[in-house]
Design a binder for this molecule. Structure first.
Ligand code: ADP
Length: 506
């Protein structure tokens, strides 16, 4: 294996910035491919052409007219449009029936919609005659591909040398559906291997489990999370197969897009700043206070949160102490997020109770997010678990000091400040409870009062390297590793349906 050879990689994701985004996956899919390309590889992205993706705005042009994509006994047409992400080609799979809708997810036929995406992408490659070394799938939406390359496409010479990499951005979203989905995917005759510790597996179609089981190499988006998911506590019921396959499971920390998230060039913020013009951050704070209908108070600590409003993100422990925190620490609190209705209610009620100190934006708004990163002093992420977390890294780049629960990627990026040694770049707590959160935020606010300490913390965050450079290299290493594993395992004979469980090997 020539580890210097330029690779051909197809990168598949359900959401990609700037075309469609609900969370961190879109950020990663919009930036990692550019960084891999910068290392000299031919990487291309594929995703659905959702209804709101504007053909004119993104200059989409058709590169493949409609062709039939097999699904079940029938076929559905796909055409392929192309745009670019920097210099990276992005292929959009178009099908009116599946994608011409307002949203990205949460439709009853989601399984079928993403099976279609994957199948159309493989057929597209054959039509284009572009034979990738690597197909890189992300999360359950595209997890069926490793399964296919080991089943229905295993005899296809076109993919004979193609290895698969599967990235788990969040194990909690597994993609569980009924068995009928196996027929749609054309793999109902291949039993999922029996695993003695996962007997429930046979009752459902679990896309995540299949990605993990069939990919040549698997990774998660931080080293800590790659270890945490091996435990029953955070393994989401899949820890037995993850443990079995730990020899091919890696952790690579996400980067953030330094072109998008740059306070020195950000066109959405009130006043551009950097480490040499740090005083201008205050103008962003005052502008945010205005936008958030709070009184302009330079010295009052402003805590920001930008997050999906789900259980994962720690809103249960936060809501228990938010009032005493605001009272005792004298905070301004600005939240931007959407998600579960009960949290919408919690925060709506908070805003009604405390209009002078809080502003709650229950919406999705990327420019506003950038203004909150730029205008806040403290960025709060009390997550119960966090595969990587981008918010804390973006916040640090904008000089907002993170207060986080020490878990997953938060533990890998935020070191708790120790006033005795002067080490650390934020504040963190371990036990998942409201008292620990309260104490950490109190420590942050105490240090906020010491201007020179705070300045040091801000500068530490702003000068840290959270770019993709180092991580993109690690992905390329992972690609070579996947190819080596695939080459070692390639069998000239017929594929044997898996009848034994990997757990039986002892
Ligand atoms: P997750 O992927 O679990 O949602 P991350 O921290 O990895 O969490 O990534 C979240 C990304 O989505 C960040 O870029 C954050 O700024 C952005 N984001 C989350 N909620 C909103 C929102 N309501 N409006 C704008 N951006 C948001």
């Amino acid at each position: 294996m020539n580890a210097n050879r330029a690779l051909k990689i197809l990168y598949l994701a359900a959401e990609v910035v700037p075309f469609a985004k609900t969370g961190g996956l879109a950020d990663v899919a919009g930036s990692l491919p550019k960084a891999v390309q910068a290392l000299g590889h031919d990487i291309r992205v594929a995703m659905p052409r959702y209804g709101p993706i504007d053909k004119g705005k993104f200059k989409l042009k058709e590169v493949l007219p409609p062709f039939p994509v097999p699904l079940d006994e029938r076929t559905e047409p796909a055409s392929i449009l192309e745009a670019s992400l920097g210099e990276v080609p992005v292929y959009f799979v178009e099908n009116e029936n599946y994608y011409d809708r307002e949203g990205i997810y949460m439709y009853p036929d989601d399984a079928e919609r993403f099976i279609f995406l994957c199948r159309a992408a493989l057929e597209m490659l054959k039509k284009m005659g572009w034979q990738p070394d690597i197909i890189h799938s992300n999360d359950w939406h595209t997890a069926i591909i490793p399964n296919w390359l080991k089943t229905i496409y295993s005899q296809d010479p076109f993919f004979e040398r193609t290895a698969t990499v599967y990235t788990i951005h969040n194990l909690a979203y597994k993609g569980i559906f009924g068995h009928r989905v196996l027929e749609v995917a054309g793999i109902d005759e291949y039993a999922f291997p029996y695993h003695p510790e996962m007997v429930d597996m046979n009752q459902v179609m679990d896309f995540m489990a299949r990605g993990i089981f069939y990919a040549d190499v698997i990774n998660t988006v931080s080293e800590s999370y790659s270890r945490e998911i091996l435990t029953p506590e955070l393994g989401e019921g899949l820890d037995p197969i993850l443990r079995d396959r730990r020899d091919r499971l890696f952790g690579i920390l996400n980067g953030i897009d330094y072109e998008v998230y740059n306070p020195a060039t950000d066109k959405y913020i009130a006043s551009k700043f950097d480490i040499h013009r740090l005083e201008r951050k205050l103008e962003n704070k005052l502008a945010l206070q205005r936008e958030a209908r709070l009184s302009p108070e330079p010295a009052r600590p402003l805590v920001g949160i930008i997050s999906r409003l789900t259980d994962q993100k720690g809103f249960d422990i936060l809501s228990q102490v938010i009032d005493p925190l605001i009272d005792n620490l004298g905070l301004h609190f600005v939240l931007l997020g959407t998600g579960e209705e009960r949290y919408h209610e919690t925060f709506r009620a908070l805003e009604e109770r405390r209009p002078q100190e809080t502003e709650i934006f229950l919406t999705f708004n990327a420019p506003l997010a950038q203004r909150i990163y730029a205008g806040s002093d403290i960025f709060l992420m009390p997550s119960r678990f966090e595969p990587c977390g981008l918010g804390q890294m973006i916040a640090m780049r904008y000089g907002s000091v993170p207060v986080v629960r020490s878990t997953g990627g938060l533990a890998d990026t935020v070191q708790d400040f120790d006033p005795r040694t002067g080490q650390g770049n934020g504040f963190s707590f371990e036990p998942y409870n409201s008292m620990a959160l309260y104490t950490a935020l109190t420590r942050a606010v105490e240090n906020y009062k010491h201007q020179s300490t705070w300045r040091t913390l801000m500068l530490r965050g702003m000068t840290a390297d959270f770019s993709w450079q180092a991580s993109a290299r690690k992905y390329v290493d992972l690609y070579y590793r996947a190819l080596a594993i695939k080459a070692g395992e390639r069998k000239p004979k017929e594929y044997e349906p898996l009848s034994r469980g990997s757990g039986e090997e002892g």
